[in-house]
Design a protein around this ligand. Sequence first.
Ligand code: DMJ
Length: 468
Amino acid sequence: MIRESMRHIRFIGLIGPMLLAFSTMAQPVDRKAMAGAVKTEFKHAWDGYKQYCWGHDDLKPISKTCRDWYGTTILMTPVDSLDSLYLLGFKNEADNTREYIAKNLSFDKDISVQNFEITIRVLGGLLSSYEITKDKRLLALADDLGTRLLPVFNSPTGLPYRFVNLKTGKTSGPVSNPAETGTLVIEFGTLSKLTGKPIYFEKAKRALVETYKRRSPIGLVGTNINVETGKWTNTDSHVSSEIDSYYEYLLKCSILFADSDCRTMWEDSIAKINSFLADENASMSKTNRTGKMAVGDLWYGHADMNTGKMTSTTTGALDAFFPAVLALDGDLNRARALQDSMFHMWQLNGIEPEVYDYKTGKVEEAGYPLRPEIVESTYYLYHYTKDPKYLAMGKQMFDDFVKYCRTDVAYAGLKSVVTKEKADYMHSFVFAETFKYFYLLFADEKTLDLNKAVFNTEAHPMWRNWKN
Ligand code: DMJ
């Protein structure tokens, strides 16, 4: 019989016909050595980016060529990486990068950008680095970018269009999703607080509220919504891609801004998620069932937003953010159980797949684009429980990450976690998030006080150090 408290012993889970041995968590982890190893690997990838693609958005780590998202650079990797450079202790590198950004970044470009990605990566990166350095040039860039993004909210519903031209303000992309309509308030709200201009917070909060208002009678949101009509075009409900960070921001908005509307919306939403999407009967093995939640006893699946009927048992790398959200909300029982499930998903192939069916045990989409979510949750769980199990978990993941994703010049995603064939991309979030969460897990906790900061969904910390 498996008990959650027996976490330092080897235990067995039966998945379909497969018997899997979970490795022991008994070895103590040398946190200082691990933090050093993370720094070394971060620097390896950063140096590769600098050598081959400095000034461009991304390095393609296999071909050693560069990618600019919109045909012209908006310094995606430098901006997304800047606060990590500071937090990991690369001060000179960070100061040089900041200088380069301040002198070279311009948003006066005739390009149509994706509001969500630019908000979480670029606006979020500028704001958190401003809060670290107090360099007013970063805040001015953020203010300019925020102004150029504002036209997205000019829809009949107040829900944002997906794209906006930074020069002309022309919007496009009326069919959106809750993640894109509802993952803006941390960045826009912080911009309001820091500039004294309330419009940013007002527009982003309205978008969040308008998304919530369109929940179904049983309190769930769907996957796709038309921002002009306000009607859902896809009623699949889950905590995965296209919805995930909408829920994250309901909770984080309530914390960062002490916003009681966000708190009410979050509390209602998490109750409905746990009623309709939590799947506690999908245990990998009946032998695991002890009355307490054990590995595999909690997953979150898909249901129709109107009927609540479960429609699929898929989860994946993106869903692995949810233990962090549960932990931040104080629900450590569910957070622990779900994290165990997610780590099990990681261990099946030594690295996690993009989409996994927890009922059949099948990998449905085998890619791994260097995602951070499972590391983020490990960091939160260690912070809130101080259980060394999460350090061991983090070490295992970091070792696997290095083993399978490191290239001669940087880090590469995987085309398949089964074959481990590499893919020619390295998203900027590997610097903004994946390495940062690995580092924070192992580093001295004084590096960043999680009780005083709220991370945006791209791991850019926002400190509540403005005057209300
Ligand atoms: C990041 O850009 C953000 O974490 C976003 O919320 C989801 N996708 C990537 C990382 O996987």
